[in-house]
Design a protein around this ligand. Structure first.
Ligand code: C2E
Ligand code: CA
Ligand code: CA
Length: 246
């Protein structure tokens, strides 16, 4: 991984985020990929956990942010309503230098903090008190914060009110069972209702079918992400997607 970072083998794909009502593109999630020198692309599930264990995840996150800005700063300046969503690991949230570092990069590329949204998972929030103050610092500097894979952790409800967050991302597993007989099928509707009561926005992940998009919209979710709209795209293809659907 150290070599991968040095050799520039880290790449970003962008999966469009789409307004469920208008079907226009509102942004993208940055998804990291490792292109080995044999040309093979390693999926993040295979190296992110390792990077978390070895402590290299913070360097990867910084690289991801820098690549996003390198590749998309012009697009972001041209479309001030667009945002890119970046995944943070637990170590990034604990890293006191993180806020200053990302601020430096944003200034360098002339992109406001409001155009970078940070996704954190419940795993990253175990120490709620500490996470809360660091997330607040990011929010104070203009970023929005989303809780990723919401509902798959164990303590979702208890910390929601204590944390400075703006968006809940509903996990694909709950979108999959929407409208089915599965025991988890009422979960997505409940999450959306709760988000509304707390004044939070909802992004639904893994939307594959038109019926899911319609149902999510009627339940009150604002944004969708999934193969129905687009798979993850390389940097240039995402810009083309924005030109067609922006
Ligand atoms: P995630 O954050 O939950 O990302 C969504 C994953 O679902 C992505 O897989 C995406 O390609 C996939 N997906 C999106 N829409 C659909 C759909 O309609 N159907 C199906 N079957 N799958 C869909 P990907 O890119 O393999 O990422 C896997 C995980 O790796 C991510 O899950 C995230 O936890 C982690 N990851 C990705 N990029 C980063 C990063 O830059 N930093 C960190 N720390 N983790 C990352
Ligand atoms: Ca994510
Ligand atoms: Ca997710």
């Amino acid at each position: 991984l150290q070599m991968a970072l040095q050799r520039g083998e880290i790449e970003i794909d962008y999966q469009p985020l789409v307004d469920l009502q208008t079907r226009r593109c509102v942004g993208a999630e940055a998804l990291v990929r490792w292109r080995r020198n044999d040309g093979q692309r390693v999926r993040p599930d295979l190296f992110i956990p390792q990077a978390e264990d070895s402590g290299q995840i913070c360097a990867i996150t910084q690289r991801v942010i820098e690549l996003v800005l390198q590749e998309q700063a012009a697009l972001l300046r041209q479309h001030p309503h667009l945002y890119i969503s970046v995944n943070l690991a637990a170590a990034d949230i604990r890293d006191a230098a993180f806020v200053a570092h990302s601020q430096r990069l944003l200034t360098k590329y002339g992109v406001p903090a409001s155009q970078l949204l940070y996704e954190v998972t419940e795993r990253g929030l175990v120490d709620v008190q500490r996470a809360s103050s660091l997330l607040q610092a990011q929010r104070d500097s203009g970023h929005r914060i989303a809780i990723d894979d919401f509902g798959t952790g164990y303590s979702s409800l208890s910390y929601l009110q204590q944390l400075p967050v703006d968006v809940l991302k509903i996990d694909k597993s709950f979108v999959d069972t929407l409208g089915s007989d599965a025991a988890s099928s009422p979960v997505a509707p409940h999450i959306i209702q709760m988000a509304r009561e707390l004044g939070l926005k909802v992004i639904a992940e893994g939307v594959e079918h038109e019926a899911q998009a319609c149902q999510l919209l009627s339940l009150g979710a604002q944004v969708g992400q999934g193969w129905l709209f687009s798979k993850a795209l390389d940097a240039a293809s995402f810009r083309a997607f924005v030109a067609r659907h922006g």
